[in-house]
Design a protein around this ligand. Sequence first.
Ligand SMILES: NC(=O)C1=CN([C@@H]2O[C@H](COP(=O)(O)OP(=O)(O)OC[C@H]3O[C@@H](n4cnc5c(N)ncnc54)[C@H](O)[C@@H]3O)[C@@H](O)[C@H]2O)C=CC1
Ligand SMILES: CCCCCC(=O)O
Length: 457
Amino acid sequence: MAYQTINPTTNELLKTYANHTDADIEAALDTAHKLYKSQWSKGPIQPRLQVLERLADLIDARKEELARIATVEMGKLISDARDEVWIIAEIARYYARNAEKFLAPSKIDSQLGEAWVENHPIGVLLAVEPWNFPYYQLMRVFAPAIAAGNPVVAKHASIVPHCASVFEELVNEAGAPKGAWKNLFITSTQVANIIADERVQGAAMTGSEGAGSAIAAQAGKYLKKSTLEMGGNDVFVVLDDADLEKAVEIGVFSRLHISGQECICAKRFVLHENIADEFLARFTTAMATVTIGDPLDESTKLGPLSSAEAVKGLSKQVERALQNGATLHLGGKAIAGKGNFFEPTILTDVTRDNPAYFEEFFGPVAQIYVVKSDDEAVELANDSRYGLAGAVFSQNIERAKSLASRIETGAVWINTFASTAPELPFGGVKRSGYGRELSELGIKEFVNQKLVLVAKS
Ligand SMILES: NC(=O)C1=CN([C@@H]2O[C@H](COP(=O)(O)OP(=O)(O)OC[C@H]3O[C@@H](n4cnc5c(N)ncnc54)[C@H](O)[C@@H]3O)[C@@H](O)[C@H]2O)C=CC1
Ligand SMILES: CCCCCC(=O)O
């Protein structure tokens, strides 16, 4: 597995990074484990939280540089890259300012005596992360882990090594001791060996089902806790009383955000029959006229996919959907020329016997479904192997809340697009994974919630 920076706008190879060896891994695990056994991990929380505060300030100071690195390495719009840099500083500050409260002992009323739960670190964690939010995915693990006292070794996606390197550089510059966070350019086999290592107590993974299944299986075999943040096939439900102009604008934004390479974004558009034609007409016009180009250009609204392989895979997936009966309403092909560009695409008439019905399209490909009722919308939303997020548009909030409660996902957003914030839990059910990241829930995933009880005298 080669770690390379290839600019997806030009497909120019910019840099190849050397892989780490087994000896490097051993050194990283030894350092991390020794840090876990030290006062740094088990002692007062404040020194660890001060690192997060300093890290946030360092990120702010290098915002434009960091954003440009991400855009050049995986192709997201420069404005989206700035947003990502902004939110990782916010996540660092959030845990710096809330972790002590989250991890404070909590009393339990018990007839057996004075009882409480303490929250302790559990040891070295492994993070395995994807390329689509190359900094956010790392901070989502690092911030709660360091606050709790868990050192982390990290394997990032092979196409974002510059982002991985600069993140580690920032963590070290913020004053984290060696071992708090170590980036490793390693193979899947080496990941499996790390999970098996007795010094490693947990694994946090974000990515595809294939990766998640492999990592969860290995973690299960060695009795290590894992959290999985995997794919999604989120519905974007537009009811007959929705603000159509708003729904169209947000629907286009959500489907094309990060060139459609986002696990929580609008993928299956579920339209009430009374507004379906009007929505589709406006949606089609907006998708067809979006500005496609260099993601460093501020006027661009749709950049490239992350890699040439991603374009090939998406092209085959769309072709297979059409071969199985879907109708191509818009787009459908890779854009000829330099770079990994794909046309904004709309598929209709995707029936349940079409493989596309159950598939996530990790690119600017929208599927359109028409329903007659709220019940039918819920039934279709839940007829999925995934359960990550979803959105419901209606001007009747109680009606929207009712649907939100019935949709089997980890989150439902009403009258807006699915997104993220430090205080909001992130995660899903079914084949979208298990566990939660961010919020108070996220910091509790890898701590020992230890009961202490003093018997009545
Ligand atoms: N739930 C979420 O927050 C997110 C989910 N995803 C999902 O991930 C997929 C696309 O992202 P990719 O980075 O291409 O996913 P990927 O699964 O190919 O890679 C994710 C990470 O896992 C590693 N990996 C892959 N196979 C592995 C194995 N057998 N053992 C150990 N490590 C392995 C990769 O090198 C990378 O670091 C889509 O399905 C997308 O929905 C992507 C981003 C966020
Ligand atoms: C908006 C942030 C989303 C992060 C993970 C994803 O959906 O791919």
